[in-house]
Write a protein that binds this ligand. Structure first.
Ligand code: ADP
Ligand code: MG
Length: 585
């Protein structure tokens, strides 16, 4: 499985993430102000200790009133700071995640066919679910703690420096050690997080395959195999999670111990007679209080490290995906309505560099309104040939022209609007029958939907559904039979009313009788448009204007049904074979 991985690390990633934060800078600023208030009021706790202890030694009435007021004020300010920080930071983080998630999804809708050939849908789905949630973790909890506790640590440090800078510098002597532990742990967290993310993709992938294909799994008695496969994917995920837990479980106490050691050192030093002389008891207590207050934020800061690293690893993956080049769409022509003259000039095609040629030097000219049938063994390249017209793939060599214009010169979406395609695999959306026929046209008129359904011989069965045209068809149309699904797909193509119609084994799931009906209907529909029909059953294409016979990526014969029979070549052989089969059955 190829993974998209951003080549950027560290700063480049932060900068890209910051780009997402930019539109919400007001909220961000408010949150920072909130955290600053929080940090300042928390630091004031140490100052309060000093006043308290110094005050006890010489109490007066004003002090007695002021100190409790100060306590209340300090906690009120702290509360306000917490609220501003938490709420506005969540606002920023949720917006960032929403924008990132939509961007990733939108980008995937424009990636070329090749991308989908090399990435499983399970891995792609896990990008917009799991990966994005990882970024959320980093963006909400982690940034909150980072800012809140980070500012608090800064506040405490300034207070310490202000109280006794020399002691503070001694106290800070252990920071390089702490830094070392944190940095080692960070690298490890990030590496492990990447593996965890990949393994989540595997888990999604295996589960969705086995669950959507449950019939095949059961008829082949492959339950145990799938269970083992799933357990393997899940166990790998568990192992990586445990490595993460181990790193976290070791690094946190180590860091705490380091802090404790430096605190102990501090107390020992602070109690030296030379230093004690220079400080009031209040100052001394305040200093120790501030230094020990540091333990909690530092611990929290190191604990969120793993979450931040997860977020960064996930963001790297997502930004990497966003860097994948989209389908080239540099054409400028916007055809109003094409006539439908198709021309292929010496077209060759392979799916990837390291794969064999699937189409070899194809020359073809199809006149507007012509109905051309393509026959040939499975794997001979029929579907691939039709996939070049809507530019799902681009030819490796040669040129495809429509109405005399190379198709690269058309803008993609207006070009595709002119092509109606019914493919081998019918895709239905979990929406009403009417919305499936008028797919992509939200305000379609019911009458034109009915007309399309009638032409596709679908009206009758739709009428018998519980809610007629408003029946929801279920996940990929599970409520319908194969033939019914195909008829819906044909109705969708008829509804689109495009000048170019491609029917790729569109009637293969129908019984001979319905197929014959639809055939007659299609002949009506085909009038005035260029039609390419790929059919397995030769009886259905006898009336085509021209029949092309493909073999291993080449067109080996072409002509009308009668001509090809008279020619007594590949087509005649195929025809004899099917005739014998028909007689036998
Ligand atoms: P047909 O429609 O005539 O049955 P296709 O055009 O689907 O044949 O396939 C032609 C050849 O291209 C086959 O050998 C098939 O293995 C290969 N092929 C089809 N789709 C892909 C793909 N997405 N990636 C790589 N090879 C493919
Ligand atoms: Mg095919």
């Amino acid at each position: 499985m190829t993974q998209v991985r951003s080549r950027d690390t560290g700063w480049a990633l932060y900068k890209q993430l910051l780009g997402y934060v930019k539109p919400h800078w007001v909220s961000f600023l408010v949150a920072i102000v909130g955290y600053a208030i929080y940090a300042a009021s928390s630091t004031a706790l140490a100052e309060m200790m000093k006043r308290l202890i110094d005050g006890i030694q010489s109490p007066d009435a004003a002090f007695r009133l002021l100190l409790p007021l100060f306590v209340v004020f300090m906690f009120a300010a702290r509360g306000l700071g917490t609220f501003l920080g938490t709420y506005f930071m969540s606002n920023v983080a949720r917006n960032v995640v929403h924008a990132l998630r939509c961007n990733v999804f939108n980008h995937m809708l424009h990636l070329p066919g090749r991308f989908f050939d090399s990435h499983s849908s399970g891995h792609l789905v896990s990008r917009v679910t799991y990966h994005v949630e990882q970024v959320t973790g980093a963006a909400t909890n982690a940034i909150t703690i980072l800012l809140r506790e980070g500012l608090f640590v800064l506040g405490l440090l300034s207070y310490l420096l202000w109280t006794n800078w020399m002691l503070t510098l001694l106290f800070l002597a252990v920071t390089p050690l702490i830094g070392g532990v944190v940095s080692y742990a960070s690298k490890r967290f990030r590496r492990i997080s990447q593996r965890i993310q990949d393994s989540m993709g595997d888990v999604t992938h295996v589960a969705s395959e086995a669950l959507t294909g449950y019939r095949v799994v059961r008829t082949h008695g492959a339950e145990e195999y799938e269970k083992a496969r799933f357990a393997r994917a899940s166990d790998y995920n568990r192992q990586q999670k445990m490595k993460e837990a181990l790193t976290k479980a070791v690094s946190t106490p180590v860091i705490q111990l380091l802090i404790a050691v430096s605190l102990a050192l501090l107390v020992w030093l602070a109690m030296s007679p030379a230093l004690l002389d220079n400080m009031t008891p209040g100052e001394f207590v305040a200093f120790i209080t501030a230094a020990s207050l540091m333990a909690k934020p530092v611990r929290q800061l190191t604990e969120i490290n793993s979450e931040i690293q997860k977020g960064i690893a996930a963001a790297g993956e997502l930004f990497g995906l966003l860097q994948e080049p989209v389908e080239p769409d540099s054409g400028t022509r916007e055809p109003a309505r094409l006539q439908g003259r198709i021309q292929l000039r010496n077209v060759s095609f392979r799916y990837a560099e390291d794969q064999p040629e699937v189409l070899k030097h194809i020359d073809l000219m199809i006149e507007p309104g012509e109905m051309v049938a393509i026959v040939g063994r499975s794997g001979s390249g029929k579907t691939t040939l039709t996939g070049l017209l809507p530019r799902f793939y681009r030819p490796t060599a040669g040129e495809v022209l429509i109405d005399g214009v190379p198709i690269d010169q058309y803008r993609l979406s207006p070009l595709r609007e002119q092509i109606a395609l019914v493919s081998q695999q019918v895709t239905l959306f979990n929406a009403s029958v009417a919305n499936n026929i008028a797919y992509g046209v939200p305000e379609a008129e019911r009458d034109s939907i009915k007309a399309a359904a009638t032409a596709a011989y679908a009206h009758e069965f739709i009428d018998r559904l519980p809610d007629g045209y408003d029946t929801i068809v279920g996940d990929n149309g599970v409520m319908l039979s194969g033939g019914q699904r195909q008829r819906l797909a044909i109705a969708r193509a008829i509804f689109k009313d495009a000048p170019l119609l491609i029917l790729d084994e569109a009637t293969s799931a129908l019984d001979t009788e319905s197929e014959r009906y639809i055939q007659r209907a299609l002949e009506e529909v085909c009038r005035g448009r260029t039609t390419l029909v790929i059919a397995h059953r030769l009886s259905t294409i006898e009336r085509a204007d021209r029949i092309l016979v493909m073999e291993q990526g080449r067109i080996v014969e072409q002509g009308s049904h009668a001509e090809l029979l008279a020619h007594n070549g590949a087509y005649a052989a195929l025809h004899r074979l099917q005739f014998q089969e028909d007689v036998a059955s």
